[in-house]
Design a protein. Structure first.
Length: 293
């Protein structure tokens, strides 16, 4: 019996009318079922069709028909232990789509000029790191139903809406990201759909959140989260905004300054704990429901 091939360097001429070679690039829908390295750019979506494999774009582009198309660039759907690395993904409705996956890794990719940059849905124990997610027409990262995932050392900049929009998600670690110049909030953490579990028990640590068009870090119906050692500066709205029953959160050793409408603002949110923060302006009243020590 022949040994199983574990690695492929992709050089597609044409197969089953699905992927064909055009001038300097392949095009069409590419389906990958083994570890693969691209040798050239690809125009069209890519679908990961097996577990425990790697797509290494080796710096090549994966491009789509434009953000108005009904397409996602790289699709990791119901997969386990897939790695996507070194890809430049642009001009799709969604750049990278991770759905119902576990133990997948997105690393060292540039995801730019899409609708949403990276979408994560109903997925657990994934790692998103060393990516640049920039210039997308909606959110940089748009995440819903995400759990036990590490999001760290990403550059998230100049996206039209939010840098990170995290909804109905629990037990994630978001750390050491630079989130700058996005049109709305740098980080938005909220309950998106009534009846879903709240966004809870997430850790936000050592992020630099600056120069965003609305708030730096915004919570809405988010509970029992921890914010430590974040720097939140020069956002147009609030630095931190805890809105609508965002309760039982812990805020320690953060710094915020130069935010247009206050560095730490509570609206209808009590029972939060504050310690060791440096805020230039705040409406925290420790005698009225907030815990300060």
């Amino acid at each position: 019996m022949q040994p199983r091939t574990t690695s492929t360097v992709l050089f597609v001429v044409c197969f089953v009318m699905t992927v064909c070679r055009a001038a300097g690039a392949t095009q069409g829908t590419m389906l990958i079922d083994r570890t693969t390295t691209l040798l050239e750019d690809h125009h069209g979506p890519i679908g990961m069709r097996a577990d425990n494999i790697t797509l290494d774009c080796a710096g090549h582009k994966v491009t789509g028909p434009g953000v108005s198309g009904e397409s996602s660039g790289i699709n990791v759907v119901s997969r386990i232990a897939v790695t996507v690395e070194n890809c430049i993904v642009e001009n799709f409705q969604v750049g990278v789509f991770l759905y119902r996956g576990r133990n997948n890794i997105l690393t060292n990719n540039v995801v730019q000029n899409n609708g949403n940059g990276v979408e994560v849905r109903d997925s657990v124990q994934n790692t998103l790191t060393f990516n640049t997610v920039a210039g997308n027409q909606h959110d940089g990262f748009n995440m819903e139903g995400m759990a036990s995932t590490y999001v760290y050392l990403n550059l998230v900049k100049n996206n039209h809406n939010d840098g990170l929009d995290i909804d109905d998600s629990q037990d994630n670690v978001v750390t050491q990201n630079h989130i700058i110049g996005n049109g709305n909030d740098g980080i938005k953490l909220q309950l998106q759909k009534a009846g879903n579990p709240a966004s809870a028990r997430n850790l936000f640590k050592s992020n630099l959140v600056e120069n965003n068009g609305q708030h730096g870090i915004s919570l809405d119906l988010a509970v029992q989260n921890t914010f430590m050692y974040n720097n939140v500066n020069n956002n147009v709205g609030r630095g931190f905004l805890f809105d609508t029953q965002s309760i039982d959160n812990t805020v320690m050793f953060n710094k915020a300054s130069g935010n247009g409408s206050g560095d730490m603002v509570l609206k209808g949110s009590g029972g939060n704990m504050f310690h060791g923060n440096v805020f230039s302006s705040t409406n925290i009243q420790c005698s009225l429901g907030s815990i300060c020590f």
